[in-house]
Write a protein that binds this ligand. Structure first.
Ligand code: 5GP
Length: 193
C-alpha cells in the first residue's frame, strides 16, 4: 500500500533494537481516516475468504483490527494480556514473547467469542519475529476455528516471522513490508526504492 509506505517514510523514526516508531498515526495518535483506508485494503485482500471474525491482541492491534472488522462487516475480538478479574467463563490461552518489551505474557480470549463455526482473520500492527501471530494461531486452533490468514499493517521482512508462518502454509499479507532499515535509510520490499 503505497500510501502507507509514504507515511512511514514521512513520519516514522527508527529506534535502537530495530524498532520502527510510528506513534503519529498507528501506535499512539491514530490517523482515523487513514486507519479506515487500511481496513478497507485488508478487506479487499480477504474479500473472498468468508471471514466471520477479526482477531488481534491488545493494545496496538486493536485500531487496525477494528478498521478491518468494520470494512469486512464482522466483529473484532482482541486477546487480553493481563489479569483475569473481568474474565468469566472458560478461556483459550497461549503464551507470547513480546518483541518490544522483551518479556513473556499470557494472552486470553473467552471461549464464547470464537468457535468452530468461525473463519478467523488475524490482524496486527507489526509482524517481526511472529510470536504475537503464532500465539493467536494457537488460540484459533484451540477453538477449532478455520484460519483465513493473517494481515498486518507493517511486516519487518528482515525478521522472518512472516516467512516462518508462510512456511507453515498460513496466508500472510502485509500492507507494507520493510526490507531493511537503519537510522538514515528505510527500504520496502517490492517498491522502487
Ligand atoms: P512479533 O511477535 O512478530 O515478534 O512482534 C509483533 C508485535 O511486537 C506487534 O504486536 C507490535 O506491537 C510489536 N512490534 C514489533 N516490532 C515493532 C516495531 O518495529 N515497532 C513497533 N511500534 N512495534 C513493534
Amino acid at each position: 500500500m503505497k500510501a502507507l509506505e509514504d507515511k512511514i517514510l514521512a513520519e516514522g523514526t527508527v529506534l535502537p533494537g530495530n524498532i520502527l516508531k510510528v506513534g503519529s498515526f498507528l501506535n499512539h495518535q491514530i490517523d482515523s481516516v487513514f486507519m479506515m483506508s487500511m481496513g478497507e485494503e485488508i478487506a479487499r485482500l480477504f474479500k473472498d475468504a468468508h471471514i466471520t471474525k477479526v482477531v488481534t491482541i491488545e493494545a496496538s492491534g486493536i485500531a487496525v483490527a477494528l478498521a478491518a472488522g468494520i470494512a469486512l462487516k464482522v466483529p473484532m475480538v482482541f486477546a487480553k494480556k493481563h489479569g483475569t478479574s473481568n474474565i468469566s467463563g472458560s478461556i483459550y490461552t497461549s503464551r507470547v514473547h513480546s518483541y518490544t518489551h522483551n518479556k513473556d505474557y499470557n494472552i486470553i480470549i473467552e471461549r464464547q467469542f470464537i468457535d468452530s463455526n468461525d473463519c478467523v482473520l488475524l490482524v496486527d500492527d507489526f509482524l517481526a519475529n511472529g510470536q504475537a501471530i503464532q500465539g493467536l494461531v494457537e488460540i484459533v486452533d484451540q477453538a477449532g476455528a478455520s484460519l483465513a490468514g493473517a494481515c498486518v499493517a507493517i511486516e519487518k521482512g528482515f525478521q522472518h516471522g512472516g516467512d516462518e508462518l508462510r512456511r507453515r502454509g498460513i496466508r500472510v499479507e502485509a500492507l507494507a513490508t520493510i526490507e531493511s532499515m537503519s537510522d538514515n535509510s528505510l527500504t520496502f520490499r517490492g517498491a522502487d526504492n
